[in-house]
Design a binder for this molecule. Structure first.
Ligand code: MSP
Length: 513
């Protein structure tokens, strides 16, 4: 679709995370998606894009109702308390989300009801009787074939047998339209392996799904039949539209919809890649531009779960590694796609090698030498040596990788530049040049190294915003890296001669295991 806005206005970039269930408190799995969304949106802000980054909490449904009952509080009280934990965790991780949506907010209820009415009027919701097997933790129905040894394939626990009269969404009518959609827009479901999985599933034939409940009341009533509440997934998925003004601000909605990226874990692929686009089509709305499903973070080879007591919480790791150390680890350690295993030992090792040794030492060394050999100011000379070209290549490689949400490769390119700069220092030995009294040659080498530090601060700022801003300040630069504009700011030669340098304390003190 052609962009309706004039080309001189910033591009719009709308990214979402799943909204997290409030039956659980935030752990590193939730934070994984949320940090990734934060990194890609900070990156796009550097290019001057107008960004909207959304996260929030999913607060209706049987699972939440039961969690509240078990603690003797109302579902709303329970949701309020747990939702606040997510807000606090994202603040602690310095997530720069533009909105935080809760499905119990009045704005969401109004939007869902308006949308439901539209889909109902369009004839895609009909009444029927459902008999099936329900997994409460998944809030999803399964067939006998889906079960593994009689248990839910995701949670490995028994499912409930339920018979209910309720409303059905006619998903079965959307198989061909979905296949056509993914054929015309293969980029709409990534990575490719997941797309094939989705297409295979659609080809097996889609069945209508029950989209209302009478057995619980913790949900949004159907506007035409208030004895029924909306199935939690139908309600939850719509948050992505509510938040940008569906039903309340049509102009705003048109500006932001369709969304650019729904970032999700592979566990909720079918909901996002099949149910959701079909629901949107049924309501006359465009499907998402891209659903991107990443793998699971495993702990000791297993998925984290409350019952296995193997959950790890961001707060505990931030205490040891700092916010930047935390964010860097999860973005650099595993590719955003396949499953990956988390271990504390490898987090310590990566922190010490990448952040303390490579990044921190480079900054320390260069600033120290510039203070000792160049009087603590940026020299008015540069060698414009090999680092110049490598810095340009690094930016290009990172931009290419980040455009594919391949954060690990993008960061690897920046760390190659960091290592190359360390080697350049070894090879050109500015201490020897200084000792030999060659001030010009010393300034040439350090001029290049200082310029690399500026570029590195800029390129790493979406991931390690605090260290990047501090390095920026130590280079005597005004403002913060976040205020810069890429690609122009990545061009070689942006560090003004005469800037006063501050060598400061180590940016990433080593952690003893
Ligand atoms: N409420 C639904 C989503 C509704 S979206 C309209 C839900 N919530 S959840 O709390 O269970 O969170 C699911 C998401 O959290 C996953 O899709 C994934 O993005 C993230 N993760 C939860 N555990 C995870 C791991 N162990 N590893 C990686 N991500 C994980 O499903």
């Amino acid at each position: 679709m052609p962009d309706p806005l004039p080309a001189d206005l910033p591009a719009r970039f709308y990214v979402t995370t799943p909204i997290y269930y409030v039956n659980d408190v935030p752990h590193i799995g939730h934070a994984y998606t949320t940090v990734a969304g934060d990194v890609i949106t900070r990156w796009r802000r550097l290019f001057g894009d107008e960004v909207h980054y959304l996260t929030g909490t999913d607060e209706h449904g049987l699972k939440v109702q039961r969690a509240a009952e078990a603690r003797g509080v109302t579902p709303q009280e329970w949701a309020d308390a747990t939702s606040a934990r997510f807000v606090d965790t994202w603040r602690e991780l310095q997530i720069a989300n533009d909105d935080f949506i809760r499905t119990t907010e009045p704005r969401h209820r109004a939007a869902v009801q308006a949308f439901l009415q539209r889909v109902y009027d369009n004839g895609y919701i009909v009444k029927g009787t459902y008999e099936g097997l329900y997994c409460v933790p998944c809030e999803a129905y399964y067939t006998d074939d889906d079960l593994v040894a009689g248990n839910c394939p995701i949670h490995d626990r028994p499912v409930d047998h339920v018979v209910e009269e309720n409303y059905f969404f006619k998903l079965s009518e959307f198989g061909q339209r979905l296949l056509d959609h993914y054929e015309a827009h293969p980029e709409a479901m990534q990575p490719e392996g997941r797309r094939n999985e989705v297409i295979g599933f659609i080809k097996q034939g889609l069945r209508d799904f029950s989209m209302s409940r009478t057995s619980i009341d913790w949900g949004i009533p159907l506007p035409w039949d208030p004895d029924h509440v909306t199935y939690v997934w139908f309600d939850a998925l719509f948050n992505y539209c509510t938040a940008v003004g569906y039903g309340s601000d049509p102009e705003r909605f048109d500006r932001w919809w369709p969304v650019d990226y729904h970032l999700i874990g592979k566990d909720i692929l079918r909901f996002h890649a099949i149910y959701w686009p079909a629901m949107l089509m049924a309501g006359g709305l465009e499907p998402p531009r891209c659903v991107f499903a990443h793998g699971w973070l495993l702990v000791g080879g297993e998925k984290m779960s409350k019952t296995k007591l193997n959950q790890i919480f961001p707060h505990d790791l931030i205490a040891d590694f700092g916010v930047d150390g935390y964010r860097y680890h999860f973005m650099a350690d595993q590719r955003f796609g396949p499953d990956g295993d988390f271990s504390y030992e490898s987090m310590v090792a990566r922190y010490n090698s990448d952040l303390a040794n490579n990044f921190g030492n480079l900054a320390n060394r260069v600033l120290n030498m510039a203070v000792n050999y160049c009087g603590g100011i940026v020299p008015d000379r540069r060698a414009d040596g090999p680092l110049r070209e490598q810095a340009a290549d690094t930016f290009a490689a990172q931009a290419d990788a980040f455009a594919r949400l391949d954060f690990a490769s993008g960061l690897a390119a920046v760390w190659d530049l960091i290592r190359a700069t360390n080697s350049y220092i070894e090879d050109s030995a500015p201490w020897a040049l200084h000792k030999a009294g060659d001030a010009d040659a010393t300034a040439d080498v350090l001029g290049d190294c200082l310029e690399v530090l500026r570029i590195i601060a800029l390129l790493t700022s979406p991931v390690i915003p605090n260290a990047a801003a501090e390095l920026w300040r130590r280079l005597g630069l005004p403002g913060r890296p976040d205020d810069q504009r890429l690609p122009a700011a990545s061009a070689w030669g942006g560090l003004p001669a005469g800037n006063v340098l501050d060598k400061g304390a180590p940016l990433f003190p080593r952690i003893e295991a």
